[in-house]
Design a protein around this ligand. Sequence first.
Ligand SMILES: Cc1cc2nc3c(=O)[nH]c(=O)nc-3n(C[C@H](O)[C@H](O)[C@H](O)COP(=O)(O)OP(=O)(O)OC[C@H]3O[C@@H](n4cnc5c(N)ncnc54)[C@H](O)[C@@H]3O)c2cc1C
Length: 320
Amino acid sequence: MQSVAVIGSGISGIAAAHTLNDNNYAVTIFDQGKNPGGRLGLRTLRNHPYANRVIDVGAAYFTVSHPIFEKKLDEWTKNNLVHEWTDTFHIFKDFEITTTTGPMRYAAKKGLRSLAFYELDVLKQKGVKVIQEKKVEKVKIENNKIKVDDQFFDYVVFAMPGPQAARILEDEVSKELANQNWDSALSAWLVIDGEIPKYDAMFVNEHEVISLIVNDGKRRKDNAPIINAITTSSYAKQRLENYQDYVDEVVDHVLELWNIRSEVVEKGIARWSIAQPKNCTRVSLPKNMALVGDAYDLNPRIESAWLDGVAVLKQLIGVD
Ligand SMILES: Cc1cc2nc3c(=O)[nH]c(=O)nc-3n(C[C@H](O)[C@H](O)[C@H](O)COP(=O)(O)OP(=O)(O)OC[C@H]3O[C@@H](n4cnc5c(N)ncnc54)[C@H](O)[C@@H]3O)c2cc1C
């Protein structure tokens, strides 16, 4: 059996691990995080009455268009992990509020990261080795094998943004990977002692600070007065180092945009220095290496990360 290291237990690494396992490769997944899921970010609230309730602070929802991902949606739905949220968002632009209807947005009952936990359980049952809290420091070719830190593999899959792969790959192409263009984001959350507007979510256009506000109570379907807001990339990029100092400023903008006067009883902020790819191209890696993720699609998102992972064999051995 040939061995593969999949570095990254985000949605693309999970999909790649499934394909490789189904095709009789011996798969080991490594991830530096305590938890799997990567940008399926989650935080847990601390204060009564919402102590231990989780909130999505990375990806806000997912959409489905391809039959392969539709099959995955069916499985997650059957296992009671996901539900339909909404197809209608509000838009704030020039002090006017309108609505826009698009594809159905799906949310997860226990947060999107629960999908990664579920998938890793399935993979482990199928014999895949999963090693969390293991930051890979170096990948290099030695004696025609691929050395991932101190272990040898036949193949390696970088299931992560290019700039993260650049940090560990000892090869000329790492310069090209490092040059990929990625947006950043700050993601704030707040709990209100009172009612919040009935919007599901609002795209905020042409605003200096906020790009999206989500009613997490509606997303989670428990109607808790909890909000998540994602900032613009330009706002985030200038504040990545001391991002925690900006929680009040971001929260104040949310309160103003949604005209909320109730007291904020809990708040917090997370940082995504590498959040969303911007016109990235896939670089050609040395033999027996693949790079998968959301970056290689016109519409980067959870679905494209999944589909790119599923197609990993095309890069590794040229087979669809
Ligand atoms: C704020 C925000 C909002 C978003 N909103 C949406 C949305 O609403 N809808 C949507 O569809 N998508 C959204 N996305 C995008 C979505 O989250 C991504 O498309 C998807 O999660 C990418 O998955 P991935 O597996 O390609 O990468 P990632 O999730 O980034 O996974 C990469 C993994 O690699 C690991 N890793 C990196 N380096 C190493 C190393 N050296 N050693 C070990 N492990 C390593 C990381 O820990 C991580 O777990 C959003 C993203 C962000 C940040």
